[in-house]
Design a protein around this ligand. Sequence first.
Ligand code: QAP
Ligand code: CO
Length: 167
Amino acid sequence: MILEILKYPDPRLEKISEDVKVFDKALHRFLDSMAETMYSADGIGLAAPQVNKLQRMFVIDIGSQDENHNRIYEFINPVLSKGQGKVVYEEGCLSVPGIAEEVTRKETITVEYKDRDGKNQKMEAVDLLAVAIQHENDHLDGVLFVDRLSPLKRRFVKRKLSKVVTL
Ligand code: QAP
Ligand code: CO
């Protein structure tokens, strides 16, 4: 099922999500719908709060830019640690359509999380996958990539978005 994606500046995108507690068939169906929604919108990542579910989970498929292309990653109750280095990527977001700006993130991170069966997992990620995990994890804390831009750039983005709406 394709879900509706909330768009910036929807205040629901600023809420803090809660841990997933039940790992059942309904969760699996919801994760499948998140992936379907992400693919149909041509995205490479989608977090549950973007589809109005305030629970700590996201899906990522960085596609051809990764050797594990078309691998769908599901992260539930993720905890990020051990960030190293710095990397700059031009980021976009399905909740901020039409905007792309450079954001500085950690180049490598370690993430501990649960899979869809509630089993503990751990992964070390670099480059685009690490950036995507940091971007999606921000959504769980109500943070958008535009919040990580300089105040000047954020103003520019807001102006551009208000123009798009008026057109
Ligand atoms: C987050 O972003 C991300 O403006 C996922 O018109 C960004 O899927 C992870 C998209 C950068 C790693 C690096 C954006 C699609 C999709 C748009 C997305 C648009 C259509 C963004
Ligand atoms: Co996003």
